[in-house]
Write a protein that binds this ligand. Structure first.
Ligand SMILES: Nc1ncnc2c1ncn2[C@@H]1O[C@H](COP(=O)(O)OP(=O)(O)OP(=O)(O)O)[C@@H](O)[C@H]1O
Ligand SMILES: [Mg+2]
Length: 513
């Protein structure tokens, strides 16, 4: 009897290949000619059959959900969690600059697969992406996602304990590793479906802290406590039914440390900063989109809110108030540095801004501070700064002796000096901003020592004192008063002649009468 020899390896491969090819051919014909209903029915049941024999469960976590409004927090957390694991075992990695630009953070590259173990259970993570169908105007978008695979016997443990653990750990790793960012809204921006975000950013590296801020110690402590209490009040805010956000209004003359304080706040709380340029925002809809794209643990800043848009009088303005407008124009001319910007392109309204601060959308994200700064608090619409919107009003004022001591310690490493007494005496009489004090304490040449810098400051204070004595202070006492329906302005002029102060009261009738 002739026994057929066993098939060789190459014969086996050829047989398998031709079987698969025939199966694929039949499947293609089936898909082509089989009616859609029958095909759907069969596909549905073949899926069920497969899942009956296939013992694994898959969970996908997509980068963007819904209408791509914001990046999924779960995705970011998984990404951070896997960065630790994948840096040990994945073969293709992505590298990104980490905190303080001192190290590289590695994470798994696309289509890479890593395994993880939790309570003795093995799971697999794959990073992947699909291309969304292209829309006429915009290029195709990549939709990234992570897929977790595990055995169905461990469903309870994985969904109940492992996934929450991954998210918790991932969030902590993100806070540890992340570089804080300073965002700005760039003008001329189109829509998020074209570009992924409406904000551009750089690394936030401002060195200001509350230790270096020249401020009375009690005031400083009060602000720090307020901020720290806010960060720990998540449960409190949800209990009282309020969005977890807080508004700060920083006001005071130029050079008193408003911008510096924002940097100190961000450094204290480890928050990102979103510097919102209102004049570059097209309309209220765009303002809302910008808000949605901000992340939690951040400070949204609108600097010089009185100059950003003409929001000051929108609620009160009436056609008949032309005279008051003229007066306002005159006032604005007196303030050359803070001229109102031309707002032809921005259609953001006061009500849009009010909604931005505490409308329904403002609650998304949570744990955010909104900070306004202004030099002219009295020019703002009261609705904009009422408590609830701007919860804490902080006045930053001229340099006190206590504040000077902080600057002397920072700039000259001095805690006490015989010249301090003279400076303290002068500061009681003279208004000088911390910015001016800081400038005088700055050594101007390598030979300048602490004594020279203090002498510079005393000289500057003396000069200011003389200038203030000579100057005629024009102090506006009341505005928008009327006589018989006509607007007038009451002013007191204080003149110093031969060291004697004299007060003159003056009524000004408007030119349009
Ligand atoms: N309170 C302060 N503590 C420490 N430094 C200060 C303080 N105020 C001002 N300075 C110094 O003065 C400079 C200007 O301050 P800053 O920009 O914070 O003032 P501002 O109040 O924001 O002024 P503006 O109203 O013109 O925007 C800062 O670089 C900082 O060095
Ligand atoms: Mg400023």
């Amino acid at each position: 009897m002739i026994v057929a020899p066993p098939p060789t390896m190459s014969e086996m491969w050829a047989t398998m290949g031709s079987t698969i090819a025939s199966f694929m051919f039949l499947w293609a014909i089936f898909r082509q000619y089989c009616p859609y209903e029958i095909r759907r029915y069969m596909e549905k049941y073949s899926q069920r059959m497969m899942s009956f024999f296939y013992p694994y469960i898959k969970i996908s976590i997509h980068e963007y959900t819904g209408e791509r409004l914001r990046r999924s927090e779960a995705y970011s957390a998984v990404e951070a969690y896997l960065s630790v694991n994948s840096s040990k075992c994945a073969k293709r990695l992505k590298a990104e600059m980490g905190r303080d630009c001192s190290n590289l953070i590695l994470s798994m590259d696309e289509y890479e697969r890593v395994t993880d173990e939790f309570q003795g259970i093995r799971v697999w993570w794959v990073s992947s992406k699909v291309l969304s169908p292209s829309q006429s105007m915009y290029p195709q978008q990549e939709k990234r996602y992570y897929k977790l695979t595990f055995h169905k016997n461990h469903r309870e443990i994985i969904t109940g304990a492992y996934l929450p653990y991954v998210v918790r750990e991932g969030k902590e790793i993100r806070v540890r590793n992340r570089q804080r960012k300073l965002y700005t809204n760039s003008p001329g921006y189109k829509w998020p479906s074209y570009k992924q975000t409406m904000w551009s950013h750089i690394v936030f590296e401002h060195p200001a802290t509350f230790d270096t801020m020249a401020l009375e110690p009690e005031k400083k402590q009060e602000i720090i406590e307020d901020l720290v209490t806010f960060t720990k009040s998540k449960d409190f805010y949800s209990r009282i039914g309020k969005a977890w956000k807080r508004g700060y209004l920083l006001y005071g003359p130029p050079g008193t440390g408003k911008s510096t304080m924002i940097a100190a706040m961000a450094n204290l709380l480890n928050y990102d900063v979103y510097d919102l340029e209102l004049t570059a925002v097209k309309d209220n809809t765009e303002l809302r989109k910008l808000l949605i794209e901000t992340t939690s643990k951040s400070i949204i800043v609108i600097e010089d809110i009185d100059c950003s848009l003409d929001l000051t009088g929108q609620r009160k303005k009436k056609a008949a108030d032309k005279c008051l407008d003229d007066e306002k124009d005159k006032l604005e001319k007196e303030i050359p540095r803070k001229e109102l910007k031309e707002e032809a392109s921005s259609k953001v309204t006061l009500s849009g801004l009010l909604n931005f601060i505490d409308g329904l959308w403002s609650a998304c994200g949570g744990e955010r501070l909104i900070v306004f700064t202004t030099n002219y608090v009295e020019k703002l619409d009261p609705a904009l700064i009422r408590r609830g919107r701007m919860d804490k009003h902080i006045q930053l004022s001229y340099c006190s002796f206590e504040a000077f001591k902080v600057l002397a310690k920072n700039y000259l490493k001095l805690e006490a000096h015989p010249m301090f007494e003279i400076i303290g005496g002068l500061m009681k009489e003279i208004k000088i901003t911390p910015a001016d004090v800081a400038e005088n304490l700055m050594p101007k040449s390598p030979l300048d020592n602490a004594d020279k810098c203090l002498l510079n400051l005393i000289q500057a204070l003396e000069e200011t004192k003389e200038a203030q004595a000579l100057k005629t202070d024009k102090e506006q006492v009341a505005d928008n008063e009327t006589i018989a329906g006509y607007p007038i302005k009451v002013a007191v002029h204080q003149a110093r002649e031969n060291g004697e102060a004299e007060n003159h009261c003056e009524l000004e009738l408007h030119s349009c009468i």
